[in-house]
Design a protein around this ligand. Sequence first.
Ligand SMILES: [Zn+2]
Ligand SMILES: [Zn+2]
Length: 383
Amino acid sequence: MTETEIPGSMQDRPVIAVMVEPGKPLELVEVPYVEPGPGELLVEVIQANICGSDLHLWRGEMAEGFPRDCVLGHEMAGRIVDVGEGASRDSAGQPLSVGDAIAYRYYEPCGHCRSCARGLYHHCPVSLASVLRPASKAPRLVGAFATHYLVTAGRSRFKLPPACTPEVAAGANCALSQVIQGFHEVGLRSDETVIVQGCGGLGLYAIAVAKSWGAPNVIAIDRIQSRLELARAFGADSVIDAGSVEDPRARTKQVMELTFGWGGDVVVEVVGRAAVIPEGIRMLARGGRYLELGSIVPRDTVSIDASILVGYNRSIVGVSLYQDRSLMEALDFLAGTDAPVKTLVGQTYPLEQVNEALQAADALQREGVSVGRVGISPLAKGA
Ligand SMILES: [Zn+2]
Ligand SMILES: [Zn+2]
C-alpha cells in the first residue's frame, strides 16, 4: 500500500466518514489515494449496510478498547478499481480484474497465533480488533462508510456470482455469514428442528438458511406482525406472535406443541437481548444447542438455572465472526435462494447523508421495527 497525492485513475480523492466521538455526527474527510500493494485490492464501495453493532459502537455502548477515530461499517460489497501485485485471483481461484464486484472478509487475523495455526481465524484475538482501525494512520480506507476500502492481503475476497448483486451481497458479510457459521458450529443436521428468536435481518436469514439446509420444521418468534409475515415468506413453517402470547411459559408450551413435545434441536438467539435466553433454553430439545449470535452488548446480563442445561444435555454456543467457507456459502446462497432477500436491503442514503442514515437506523432499531438494513452508498443519489 502506498499513499499518493496524485490520484492515478481517479478524478476525486477518496472520502471516509470518521467517528470522532460516539454519539456525535461522523465527519467526512478527504484522504490520499491509496495504491494497493502486493496482495491488496482497492475497491469502490457500492453498498454498505448499517449493522446493529455499528449502532452500538456509535452510541458508545461498546467503545472500550476501540480507537476513537475509526471508520464504521463492515457489511459491504464493492467494485475493484485497482489490483495490487499478485492479487489477480480471488480466494477461490477465480480471476479478478478492475470492474469486478466482490465481497471480502471484513476482519484480518494475525496469522501466527494458536487459533490461526489451527485455521480458526475467527478465534484469533486480533480478528475482532482488526475491524476497527484508527483512521488517522495509513491506509485510512479501513471501513465501509467511505467511497473506497483497501482489501489488505490478509483479507479473503470472493468474486460475486452473476446472480448476486452488490446491494444484496453486502448483507453476506456479517449477518448472513454469521448465521451460516453458527449453524456449522452447532452442527445443524438436515432432520433437525430450528427455533428462531427474533425476526430481524439475522433471524430472517436464519430461517431461510435452515430451510435450505433441509430443516423440516422452522418456528419463528417475534412481536412485530410485519416481521412475522416476512418470516413466513422466508420459509418459516410456523410463527409465534410474542406480542399476543405475552407469557414466556405459554410461548414455550406453544413451541412444544409444534414440535410434538420435543422442542427445538437448535434455538437461535437473534433478538439481541440477554433477557430472552432462559426462555430460549427451555425451548430446546434434549441434546439441543442454543446458538447465541445476538447479544453482543457488554453487561446485558441474565441469570440462568444451570440445571436446565445439565439435566437435558443442552449446550450454549456463542459465535462471533466466521470462516471463509461461510462467506463463500453466503454468496452462493444469495445467488440461488427464492427467499425475498432483496427486502432486507432497506433505504440507502448517499455517503454525504451518512449521519441521516445512522439516525434513521438508530430510530428503527430503538422502535424495534427494523427489518432490513439501512444502507449507505457513495453511488446513491441524495434524497
Ligand atoms: Zn491469530
Ligand atoms: Zn455486523
